[in-house]
Design a protein around this ligand. Structure first.
Ligand SMILES: Nc1ncnc2c1ncn2[C@@H]1O[C@H](COP(=O)(O)OP(=O)(O)OP(=O)(O)O)[C@@H](O)[C@H]1O
Ligand SMILES: [Mg+2]
Length: 167
């Protein structure tokens, strides 16, 4: 795995579940209507933990526990914006977002976060924020965030500033 990075991407470590939740929370505070967040990473990488923090950052009430949808692909929550939590793990093969009816979410008023977003292949909206989580050891994760599209470059810049004070 190369540590070399494309310009603008962010590459750092999380050392605990709590840190990963906080990362999600910061992003949730900054997210805006219509944005799409694609989560990549293997089983147990921390995608759902990040999604839980994200929901809190979006203002979803604390007693609504955010878990991956069990019988559906999508759970919907109401925070300061609608929060659409999508988990494509149960899909056995790549599918079109349109077939799943996801386009209505992507181009709606809420924020959509997708676990196993790679299963959408080319039907993931070209502009999005990608967060890749790598399992390094029991509690350590490498997290790489990449922005695709001007709006997401701005989101990532605001996140860097809020988190690391990078101008
Ligand atoms: N730094 C960390 N960040 C996130 N989770 C961590 C970290 N360290 C340990 N964990 C643990 O790893 C697990 C992550 O589970 P989580 O459900 O978030 O993974 P996931 O990527 O959503 O997996 P799945 O693909 O099965 O849905 C939890 O048990 C959590 O406590
Ligand atoms: Mg999960």
């Amino acid at each position: 795995m190369s540590p070399a990075l494309e310009p603008g991407a962010l590459d750092f470590f999380s050392h605990s579940e709590e840190q990963t939740r906080r990362l999600g929370k910061k992003l949730g505070k900054l997210a805006q209507a219509g944005q799409v967040i694609a989560l990549l990473g293997d089983l147990g990488a921390g995608k759902t933990r990040l999604a839980q923090g994200f929901g809190v950052g979006l203002g979803v009430s604390a007693d609504e526990v955010i878990n991956s949808p069990t019988f559906t692909l999508i759970n919907e929550y109401q925070g300061r914006l609608p929060f659409y939590h999508v988990d494509l793990y149960r899909l056995s093969e790549a599918v079109e977002a349109e077939t799943l009816g996801l386009d209505d979410y992507f181009y709606g008023d809420g924020v959509t976060l997708i676990e196993w977003a790679n299963r959408l292949g080319d039907s993931l909206p070209p502009e999005h924020l990608e967060i890749e989580l790598h399992h390094l050891d029991e509690t350590k994760r490498r997290i790489v965030i990449r922005a695709f599209g001007a709006e997401y470059i701005e989101l990532l810049e605001r996140f860097k500033k809020a988190t690391f004070g990078i101008q």
